[in-house]
Design a protein around this ligand. Structure first.
Ligand SMILES: [Zn+2]
Length: 372
C-alpha cells in the first residue's frame, strides 16, 4: 500500500482527485483501507475500481472479463467457472462503465489526429437491429469511441463525430468514410466553433480550417464488389495526399483500417451478441460491451504493425518492442494488463468551492489557497 499514489475519492473533500499531496495515510493494513486526513473519511483500496465490494476473487473476475473481451461465448464461461449468467452480466456492465470513464479521461484528450476513419456496422440483437458507429485514428490505430443507435442516420453520425472532436486538436484533419451522404452534414455540423458575438443573440459558427473529407464508394453487383470510387469531398487534393502519406503506407484514400477494426469487434462481440440466451438484449448492454472490448483493444492489445525496433547495447543488436494503440498515441508507456485496467482509479475533477453569497470565510479561503 502506497499512500503517495492514492487520491481521496470523497466528492465533498477539497483534496479530491489529487495525488501525492500528503493528505492520505494508511488506516488499516489488514483491511487495506486508507484515510484522508483532510476530511477524516476512510476508504478501501478497491473503491472506484471494478473490484469494489465484489464477492468473487479479483483473479476470477479478471479472467472471465478477459475471455469476454476476446469473444468467448457466455455459455462456456458459465459452464467453466460455475457462475450465474446475471453475475457475469453485472461484471460486464461494471467493466464497460468503468472503461467509458477511462476512455473519457485518457483517450478523449485533444491530439493531432492526422487521419481518422469512421464506419458503421449493423448488429442484430435478440429482437432488434441496431447500428454501431465507430472511429479510429489511423497512424496509432487508436479506437476513438463508438455510439449505438436504432437508426443509421445523421443523428448517429453527429454523435460519433462529437466523440472524434473530443479527441481532436484544431489541426489539419482528414476524415475517410464510406459513401453515406449523412457523414458530410455530421462532420460539417460538429467541426465548427462560435465566434465571440459583438451584439446580443446567437453567435455565428465558423467551420474549422483544415477539415478534409474523403469518401470510398463501393459498387456492388450480386453481392460482390465490382468497383471502388474514391473521391475528395472537401479540401484541396495536395493536402489530402500529404495527410495520407503522413499517416499510412501508400497514399490511397481507403477505409481499410476501420474495416479491419470492425472485423475485430464483430469477432469479439460475437460471444456477447449471440442469439438465444444472449447477454445483450438491450442497446445499453451493447454499449458497455463495446466499451469493454474497445478499451482492452486500446490498452491491453499489442499490434504487430505498431512495433518498433530498438538497438540494444554497443553491439547494435536490434530487438522489437511491441506497442499498443495507447502506447503509440503517447497515453501510456507500457502494455497494460487487464487487471491493471480494471483497477485503474479515474480521478474526479478538482474541487471547486461551493457558490455562496458574500465573502468566503477564512477557512474556505485557506482551502481554496491550498487545493484549487
Ligand atoms: Zn478527503
Amino acid at each position: 500500500m502506497d499512500p503517495q499514489t492514492v487520491f481521496c475519492p470523497n466528492l465533498d473533500c477539497a483534496a479530491r482527485g489529487q495525488v501525492g499531496k500528503g493528505n492520505i495515510g494508511i488506516h488499516s493494513h489488514k483491511e487495506r483501507r486508507y484515510i484522508c486526513h483532510l476530511c477524516r473519511k476512510t476508504f478501501t483500496e478497491t473503491q472506484g475500481t471494478v473490484f469494489y465490494r465484489l464477492q468473487t476473487a479479483p483473479e476470477t473476475v479478471t479472467v472471465v472479463l478477459t475471455l469476454l473481451a476476446h469473444g468467448c461465448p457466455l455459455q462456456a464461461i458459465v459452464c467453466a467457472f460455475r457462475v450465474d449468467e446475471r453475475t457475469v452480466k453485472e461484471w460486464l456492465t461494471r467493466a464497460g462503465e468503468h472503461c467509458e470513464q477511462v476512455h473519457a479521461q485518457l483517450v478523449q484528450q485533444p491530439r493531432d489526429l492526422g487521419q481518422v476513419q469512421a464506419d458503421e456496422i449493423r448488429v442484430k440483437l435478440q429482437n432488434a437491429v441496431v447500428w454501431l458507429a465507430m472511429a479510429m485514428q489511423v497512424s496509432t490505430r487508436l479506437w476513438l469511441g463508438a455510439v449505438v443507435g436504432t437508426h443509421r442516420d445523421e443523428a448517429l453520425l453527429t454523435a460519433l463525430m462529437q466523440r472524434v472532436r473530443a479527441c481532436a486538436l484544431c489541426r489539419p484533419l482528414l476524415v475517410c468514410v464510406d459513401g453515406f451522404r449523412a457523414y458530410l452534414g455530421a462532420i460539417r455540423n460538429v467541426f465548427r466553433e462560435p465566434i465571440p458575438p459583438r451584439t446580443l443573440g446567437r453567435p455565428t459558427l465558423r467551420p474549422w480550417d483544415g477539415i478534409h473529407i474523403a469518401q470510398v464508394v463501393k459498387q456492388y453487383a450480386h453481392g460482390h464488389v465490382v468497383g471502388v470510387l474514391r473521391r475528395i469531398v472537401q479540401g484541396p487534393e495536395r493536402q489530402v495526399q500529404a495527410l495520407l502519406q503522413e499517416t499510412q503506407d501508400g497514399g490511397v484514400i481507403n477505409t481499410a483500417y476501420i474495416e479491419r477494426l470492425n472485423a475485430t469487434f464483430r469477432a469479439r462481440l460475437a460471444g456477447l451478441v449471440r442469439r438465444g440466451r444472449s447477454l445483450l438484449h438491450q442497446t445499453a448492454t451493447l454499449q458497455v460491451g463495446v466499451y469493454w472490448v474497445g478499451t482492452v483493444y486500446n490498452f491491453c492489445t499489442a499490434h504487430d504493425s505498431l512495433r518498433i525496433s530498438l538497438s540494444v547495447g554497443r553491439s547494435g543488436r536490434r530487438h522489437w518492442v511491441l506497442r499498443t494503440p495507447a502506447m503509440a498515441a503517447g497515453i501510456t508507456d507500457h502494455l497494460w494488463t487487464v487487471h491493471e485496467l480494471l483497477s485503474y482509479h479515474v480521478p474526479p475533477s478538482h474541487w471547486t468551492p461551493p457558490k455562496r453569497r458574500g465573502r468566503p470565510s477564512k477557512a474556505t479561503k485557506a482551502l481554496i489557497k491550498q487545493w484549487c
